[in-house]
Design a protein around this ligand. Structure first.
Ligand code: GRF
Length: 203
């Protein structure tokens, strides 16, 4: 059974979708054993508490550098024997130290069709640019901002009446299907990385 840590800064609706997918058996061979947040009041922490899952709040305030923060967090994740780190709305860029410590064991979901519109405002940026199609991307995390090998990607049409909120809502609905699917593939050992490409090996 793979031990999964979810890192989240906010609402945690993707966390909820992952927890539901573990319950329903859609994710097999893995369980969320820890939820970490840099924000004390993140609702993601509450979602974990409701399910009786261990939580940790690690504020960035008492750290002077990103790496110092990450070193403490990596130590904790290793103590907890975490196999896979899942970023779900975690609003911090990971340092090279963290990425190396969990090489090919960190996933992220991003609300655009990468490599278009990386960063913290992917939905609003896509809308402002005037694209007709957007979507979401699950990818491995490397040292860049939303740049790692892509695991799964799906599109949604952008409607003329869309606001950033309405578009994000439709993207969210897609995320709740895509992220559990990608996590299930990872825990079952079905993902192979070849350079920038991630091959899904269903055999
Ligand atoms: C999602 O849209 C995800 O793509 C992005 O942050 C958002 C998190 O939402 N990385 P939630 O906290 O899971 O509701």
């Amino acid at each position: 059974m793979k031990r999964i840590a979810v890192l989240a800064s906010g609402n945690g609706s993707n966390l909820q979708a992952i927890l539901d997918a573990v319950d329903s058996g859609e994710i097999q061979g893995g369980a969320v054993t820890l939820v970490v947040s840099d924000r004390k009041n993140a609702y993601a922490l509450e979602r974990a508490r409701i399910k009786g899952i261990q939580t940790k709040h690690q504020s960035a305030l008492r750290y002077t550098s990103r790496e110092e923060y990450d070193r403490d967090l990596v130590t904790y994740l290793e103590e907890q024997e975490i196999d896979l780190v899942v970023l779900a709305g975690f609003m911090r860029l990971l340092s090279p130290y963290f990425v190396l410590a969990f090489n090919h064991r960190i996933l992220n979901i991003h609300p655009s069709l990468l490599p278009a519109f990386p960063g913290g405002h992917g939905v609003a940026d896509a809308l402002a640019y005037g694209v007709k199609v957007s979507g979401c991307t699950v990818h491995f995390v490397d040292e860049g901002m939303d740049t790692g090998p892509i695991i799964l990607q799906e599109a949604v049409p952008v409607l003329e009446k869309d606001t950033a909120e309405s578009l994000h809502q439709r993207i969210h609905a897609l995320e709740y299907k895509l992220y559990p699917r990608a996590i299930d593939l990872w825990v079952r050992g079905k993902l192979k990385i070849q350079g920038r490409r991630c091959i899904i090996d269903e055999n």
